[in-house]
Design a protein around this ligand. Structure first.
Ligand SMILES: [Zn+2]
Length: 388
């Protein structure tokens, strides 16, 4: 059965995609099943790769000959939470207002996914010489966690794509670089007791503050020796504490405090070297404190990590995507993507290029300009023509 083409515009697909609340903590299966069914109705088979408890899945689909090569369009299906944000438009219902589409995920990055589905369906109606692939993941927003099973499947597959476009919002500029990220949790331990006798106990929050001091000193040292002059955003590795959790009551000296922090680094820097330095300073600190409080300690655990993207500007994927857009420019995006994993782990040359702007990502009243969607559709139409 072929679905009536009149009802199948990028806008109607986007409307459906936005209607699924795929905040990373939720299942994405309803959305994935919608996409798989839509593709199937148009003659395209999908492979779903579920997580262990079968609540989420990646989707991979190919159009055209079963051969090596071709172009992979990559996007993540999850979105960031709307908790604590003041939305004036409904977050999970697409609203068109003048020239903009509003809703969570319009720019990051269901707009691109809608365009990619339209392009795949259009490609299926033609005879491709070279395949077009769709790769839609889950749990990207919590550290590119979900895509790993898709990477495993692709690395074991006989045929790999020749290149990949990650459609994160770049306003359709061709981004060849971004930083990598390592997320870490540090557990600072002390001893509990009545706060009236606070100096007799090791306060875990105080110890965590000393650790944060080490993080800040590390950042200052790195910044002084700036390592990536071509990054227009922050030209060096950054160290940032984003979450601290501790304390039961004001009158109890806390015995545990966790600090979530991250290291974001250009391709030339090794985040593990930065972490080793932080660890060795933390060890010295703990050694001093243990002379009086033997229970004091700081344990580190890497939660997740993805590599930087650093695609040479003279590579085929860069030239190819530039030709689709009629530009010879490249850019450097501040945010991370799955692109570094496709590039480093799978060996598939990758650029980041998608509609909309990250200026509107992760914010209330997230939107995408209708014109950006149209331009992305036009770019992918030209891409399909190149595959004929
Ligand atoms: Zn994104």
């Amino acid at each position: 059965m072929v679905v009536d083409t009149e009802t199948l515009s990028t806008e109607t697909i986007l409307e459906r995609l936005i209607s699924f609340d795929t905040t990373s903590r939720n299942s994405n299966l309803a959305l994935i099943n919608y996409i798989a069914n839509l593709l199937k109705q148009n003659g395209i088979e999908s492979v779903l790769i579920a997580n262990d408890d079968k609540t989420k899945a990646n989707l991979y689909a190919s159009v055209g000959p079963q051969a090596a090569g071709g172009v992979m369009l990559s996007g993540h299906t999850d979105v960031v939470p709307i908790d604590g944000q003041d939305w004036t438009y409904p977050a999970f219902k697409l609203t068109k207002d003048n020239s903009r589409y509003y809703g969570r995920g319009t720019t990051d990055m269901k707009g691109f996914i809608a365009c990619a589905i339209t392009a795949a369906i259009s490609a299926q109606r033609k005879t491709l010489n070279t395949p077009l692939h769709l790769a839609f993941s889950y749990d990207e927003e919590i550290g590119c966690v979900g895509v790993h099973s898709l990477l495993d499947m692709l690395s074991a597959a006989p045929n790999k794509p020749a290149m990949c476009i990650v459609g994160e919002p770049t306003e359709l500029h061709v981004a060849t670089k971004h930083k990598g990220k390592t997320a870490i949790i540090a557990y600072c331990t002390g001893t509990e007791g009545h706060s009236a006798l606070a100096p007799n106990y090791q306060n875990a929050i105080h110890l965590a503050c000393d650790l944060v001091d080490i993080l800040r000193d590390t950042q200052a040292e790195i910044a002084a020796a700036s390592s990536q002059p071509d990054d227009p955003h922050i030209p060096y590795t950054t160290v940032h504490a984003g979450r601290i959790h501790a304390g039961q009551a004001l009158n109890i000296v806390p015995n545990l405090c966790s600090v979530n922090f991250e290291i974001r680094h250009p391709a030339i820097d090794d985040p593990m070297k930065v972490l080793d330095k932080i660890k060795s300073q933390a060890d010295q600190l703990v050694k001093r404190i243990r002379q009086r409080f033997p229970a004091a300690g700081i344990e580190f655990e890497v939660l997740n990590a993805y590599p930087a993207l650093d695609t040479p500007i003279d590579s085929d994927v860069v030239k190819f995507v530039q030709s689709l857009l009629g530009t010879n420019k490249t850019s450097f995006v501040a945010f991370g993507t799955e692109g570094g994993l496709f590039s480093q782990q799978l060996g598939v040359p990758t650029v980041v290029c998608g509609p909309g702007s990250m200026e509107q990502g992760h914010k209330p009243d997230e939107f995408i300009e209708a014109q950006q969607l149209q331009q992305c559709e036009a770019m992918l139409e030209r891409l399909v023509e190149q595959l004929l």
